[in-house]
Design a binder for this molecule. Structure first.
Ligand code: S3P
Length: 425
């Protein structure tokens, strides 16, 4: 795919449904009693991997017009799959399903694509084994494929070394099958969609600062879920609206959960004009329309507790920082190395290839902004967020930006190009 500079962007985009919330709606719907109706579900490859895993475990999931219907069979209704479960490129599918599978009465094997087979699973294997699970990394490298033998589990009180919603959620989901309370404390608060949605499905769960506690004796009841627009997808248009001159973009019905909205704080701190309209709460999740306008940006420091609230947006924030006056420092973001690609290395390499002044650090990047970028050939490393980040950089760079490995955008945003083109007059 190729991109070049544009003179303005204007119009309205309804970004696709939130990826994290779409996964959870299918998973919790499968474990609930009754039919869960999901609106604005993200039909990206990652969430389709979750659907296919649950179908393989005997859950009927239908498309009805715009909606997805999940015919749940209750906590003990899953059936043993006849084949290996394929989680594709999805870390959320792999880690959250592992938590569910740990407490079943059957054995399973799950795996995914070459990227998933390199991502760290010890972070879930360790706590789940402390709960009594039997999980083995088949290649003994702490990565998928994982073989999981269902066991009787007991609740634990776990202090997670990483602020990861996938780790927290895997443990809480195993907790649904455990005897006693299950408690997870994180070093900084990660996205809390699991806590909010489990509670709306009727689970007894409490959150206090950095600790989530799930109480025993659960039954989940089917719900009707309206998935908010994904702020991680909106992020590309927020950056594009700020960087491209003469732009104004309306983004409708975007999830602005405080555990996800770090990008709004950072872009505003950098001098970006982003306003909100129509604030409301949908199923416990705050949503709003966002309006972004072209702005002159200046550098900033991004570190500490805000990092988990913008972890997936750091690639596009780093690209925007190249167009800002002065220095931007990103710290405490070593987690970026274990995402769909090593996002610190890949971002640094690609931004440099476009002429930016960027240094890689062990836990982030230092970006000296203000140098004009020029188009070049970009290797996305099959990482959807890298591909879309460089599409946006290409809109503000001189010359042509070519992204040959483009199909990966289907992971989280299959209509990205159509939505982008609708803003170009
Ligand atoms: C996710 C949590 C984050 C995020 C990922 C989705 C989730 O990962 O990067 O895209 O749905 O729970 P970690 O929890 O591992 O940081």
């Amino acid at each position: 795919m190729n991109f070049h500079s544009v003179s303005s962007l204007s119009g309205t985009v309804t970004v696709p449904g939130d990826k994290s919330i779409s996964h959870r709606a299918v998973m919790f719907g499968a474990l609930a009693e009754g039919t869960t109706e999901i609106s604005h579900f993200l039909k990206g490859a990652d969430c389709l991997s979750t659907i296919s895993c649950f179908r393989q475990m005997g859950i009927s999931i239908e498309e009805q017009g715009e909606k997805i219907l999940v015919h749940g069979k209750g906590l003990h209704g899953l059936q043993p799959p006849s084949q290996i479960l394929d989680c594709g490129n999805s870390g959320t599918t792999t880690r959250l399903i592992s938590g569910i599978l740990a407490g079943q009465t059957f054995d399973t094997t799950l795996t995914g694509d070459s990227s998933i087979q390199k991502r760290p699973m010890k972070r879930i294997i360790d706590p789940l084994c402390q709960m009594g699970a039997d999980i083995r990394s088949i290649n003994q490298n702490d990565c998928a494929p994982l073989s999981i033998s269902g066991r009787k589990l007991r609740g634990i009180s776990y202090h997670s070394p990483v602020a990861s919603a996938q780790v927290k959620s895997a443990i809480l989901l195993a907790g649904l099958y455990a005897e006693g309370e299950t408690r997870v404390t994180e070093p900084a608060l990660s996205r809390n969609h699991t806590e909010l949605m489990l509670s709306s499905f009727g689970a007894s769960i409490s959150s206090e600062q950095l600790t989530a506690t799930l109480y025993p004796g659960q039954r989940l009841m089917a719900q009707s879920i309206q998935v908010p627009g994904d702020i991680s997808s909106a992020a590309f248009f927020l950056a594009a609206g700020l960087l491209v001159p003469n732009s104004q973009i309306h983004l409708k019905h975007v999830g602005i959960n405080p555990t996800r909205d770090g990008i709004l704080h950072v872009f505003r701190q950098m001098g970006g004009t982003i306003t909100m309209e129509n604030l409301k709460t949908d199923g416990g999740e705050p949503v709003a329309d966002l309006i972004v306008q072209s702005s002159s940006l200046h550098g900033t420091v991004i570190q500490g507790d805000i990092i988990p609230t913008l972890i997936d947006e750091l690639p596009v924030i780093a690209a925007a920082a190249c167009f800002a006056e002065g220095k931007t420092i990103i710290r405490d973001a070593a987690e970026l190395k274990v995402k769909e690609s090593n996002r610190i290395a890949v971002m640094t390499h690609n931004l440099k290839a476009m002429g930016a002044d960027v240094e890689e650090t062990p836990d982030g990047m230092i970006i000296h902004g203000g140098r004009p970028l020029h188009g070049t050939v970009i290797d996305s490393h099959g990482d959807h967020r890298i591909a879309m980040t460089f599409a946006i950089a290409g809109l503000a760079a001189q010359g042509e930006t070519l992204i040959p490995d483009w199909d990966c955008v289907n992971i989280s945003y299959p209509d990205f190009l159509t939505d982008l083109q609708s803003l170009i007059s």
